[in-house]
Design a protein around this ligand. Sequence first.
Ligand SMILES: [Zn+2]
Length: 582
Amino acid sequence: MSEAIKVDDENENEMLLKDVFEATKMGYVQAVKALLRGVPKPRLAALLARRDSQGHTLAHWAAQAGKVPILQLLNDMGAPMFEKSDDDVGMTPLHWACWQGHTRAARLLLEMGEDIDSLDNAQCTPLIIASQHGNAACAALMIRMGANPSAKDANLDSALHWAAYKGDMTIVGLLDYLGVSVQEDDKYGQTPLHLAALRGNMEVVEYLVLDRNVRTSVTDNEGATPLQLAERKGQAKVARFLKRHSIKFWQRPFSEICSVGFVLQVLGFDQSRSQEDMKWPFYVLVTFTIWNHVVFFLFLNADEMLYDSMFTMGLFLLFAIVKWTAFILTWRSDPGIIKDSDGALERRYKEALDDIEALGDGSSQLNLCHTCHIVRPLRSKHCRVTRRCVRDFDHYCPFVQNTVGQGNYRYFFMYLITLQIGMDIWIYLAALKLYRGGWHWVVGLSLIAHFPFWSMSFGMCMYHVQLVLANLTTNEYSNRYRYDYLKDAAGGFFNPYNKGFLYNVLDRFCADRADEFEFEQPPPQYLNFADIELGGPTMRSNSRVVVSGAALDRRRSASAEEPAEKDADADTEQRRPLLSAN
Ligand SMILES: [Zn+2]
């Protein structure tokens, strides 16, 4: 008889345990409470100390779900909160919170007394785990709460090595700013530059080489430079970049030294520092334009057959003058580079790193530039060619060899329009000459050569007319489904800057708000009706700091990625087993 009761009790216990684990995994606080209510004390303690079939505790699952109330409840009931999983990986609940990017859960565990530098079986600290999974807010939290930023795992890889390997520029910039060495090597003698290079993480490679002056000649234990690793791994873009920045000109082949591009580079015409910065479009455009003018003066303007078109010719010359003026202004003027002369923006950046609430719990991020280490205004973006943040960033234009932003967008637009009209007039005159005087080799071939330029220019004109009328930048338009400040309550695209054609045009051309930074959300008067109908908040978010689209995109792609596994290949073999949770 008593035997049977005992068996029943055991079954009941197992059922209850299963339910509690399920409710915890799903994050159902009330369900966990209800299940555990009324369980007698001795039985409760034994129950809470149990593990699931994979060796994880309840605290692991609560941390994974990021459920602060469940963690609190478990702690109050005396459940073990800091134990390692009984599996190959051996992570603590804090590791799991950092893995999932739950800053609040992570902070609570630390407040409960968890060791901030607790190690899993691969000697990874929670900071390293946060870095492996691109959770910048968690990484910042760990460092702020006193984690050792230079802690290394079993392969002597630091959090910075991992961020470089994963291509997470946010964490690389953050850790560098917080004083982690960008030069240190790991067990394989590989520096963060090696790891970024072999994975083809261009942004990180550029940052390390251009902004941090990391030596490109450094070799790993097998004597390989980052360039060699990139070549071996087929990372062509990174390899080209590293070659350009690591091989001195006297080491280059003779043919290269004799090339026009190289001569121009040596003469200082080539300001390019980055891979994206191509020179040829500029030269092609200038040559083409000058050639048109030569043909115009030699064959069109001087042609008696076209004397009745003198007015049109005058018009062409007028447009040519405006076009060249606009071109030079676009090329040479400041696109709106954000200068932090009094250090106020960097102070705000520093404050923001201390404000974990602002860093958010995974879903929101700051509009911080981790390369310039500043808080930047809305609509601005870090330009990878000029290596600085630019206000109202539009795009980098290789044809004018400058970033197009708030400072020079009006010149750029004027250039586009005058280029297009000038080309139209030229084509009209050339066609008229050919029609009246028959085939002429120079004019005919020049006319044919116009078509690729004409179609491109026409497309660009139409595109930018549309953008100006909508008061959007090229960057915003191409990220319109990504940037948080361009979303309505339902998550669809919404343009908060649309004030009607006239004001839109004025905004795009006269937006010199050089001294007045805009950190806030877009102006409230341009609210989406969806917000009001849903009875939701009148502003989507009142947070002072808002999402950087590029950073968000990286985060999304990072979270979509599989859990960390460095590389199956020999270079960084057996870095770390896959996370075994789930
Ligand atoms: Zn920047």
